[in-house]
Design a protein around this ligand. Structure first.
Ligand code: FPP
Length: 252
């Protein structure tokens, strides 16, 4: 958890809904898949920029549980793009200290794609500069349901803590900042459980146009927000001043 309202405060974990690839392509009279290809370039730029700014975790929504409902050629285009991106990007990610995690349901993906995901995770497993979670065949409701089902199957009680540990992003703290590009202002079944206290930032830029300047703007807005986590503003000021200010009645 990153407290902000500190000039220059860097979010530990940024999550991104990379929306707008289709419109980017359509405006150029290109097939939608061309927009997704440009989206991969934008993702590469974003990963580098996050690492350079000290962000430790970046989680992106690459393919939702609902994206299966898109035209068949777009779905197969996205699958091919994933396979191609793995082959092309992993060596550089490895060199840049990025650890890859694929988050989502593997069932439904081809054996070839699953093998590629496992290989990319194993290859980058020793990196620690930046964790890149790529949510693929992921939905927030799926995540909560699979976590509850896993606990039930093991006969474990369902509590906030146990459910949290069973979710697909249990290996990282919750996102501090959620960015959605493309002008829409909704969560679209992304990290429903994990974004309970994330700061939300909506950008009108289409994902292929989301560059370092746009990222810096989002991070500056984040740094200006007061994150209260249910407390009052006065309590936060008191917490920041340290434990001594209100200790007389509790002294031993
Ligand atoms: C939403 O834009 C974007 C997606 C459904 C795919 C996101 C994928 C990438 C950025 C490429 C990275 C992917 C892989 C495979 C690693 P949209 O198509 O809904 O755009 P629109 O709202 O303009 O139609």
């Amino acid at each position: 958890m990153t407290q902000s309202k500190t000039p220059g405060a860097v979010p530990h974990h940024i999550a991104v809904v990379m929306d707008g690839n289709g419109r980017w392509a359509t405006r150029r009279f290109l097939p939608r898949v061309a927009g997704h290809k440009q989206g991969v370039d934008s993702l590469r730029r974003c990963v580098k920029a996050c690492a350079a700014r000290g962000v430790k975790v970046l989680t992106v929504f690459a393919f939702s549980s609902e994206n299966w409902n898109r035209p068949v050629d777009e779905v197969s285009g996205l699958m091919e793009l994933l396979a191609m991106a793995l082959g092309r990007e992993v060596p550089q990610l490895l060199a840049d200290g990025v650890r890859l995690h694929f988050v989502g349901e593997r069932r439904g993906l081809s054996e070839k794609v699953c093998a590629g995901l496992a290989q990319a995770e194993a290859t980058t497993a020793h990196n620690s500069r930046l964790i890149l979670n790529v949510c693929f065949n992921y939905g927030g409701r799926w995540d909560i349901a699979q976590a509850a089902a896993a606990l039930a199957a093991r006969g474990e009680p369902i509590t906030e803590q146990s459910l949290d540990r069973a979710t697909a992003l249990a290996h990282v703290p919750d996102p501090d900042l959620l960015i959605r590009t493309g002008g829409e202002q909704r969560i679209s079944n992304f990290l429903l459980w994990q974004c309970a206290y994330s700061e939300l930032f909506f950008s009108d830029r289409l994902w292929p146009d989301f560059d370092e300047v746009a990222l810096d703007e989002a991070m500056a807005v984040f740094a200006s927000r007061e994150r209260r986590f249910g407390k009052t503003s006065a309590q936060l000021t008191q917490d920041a001043a340290g434990p001594s200010t209100n200790s007389s009645s509790h002294s031993v």
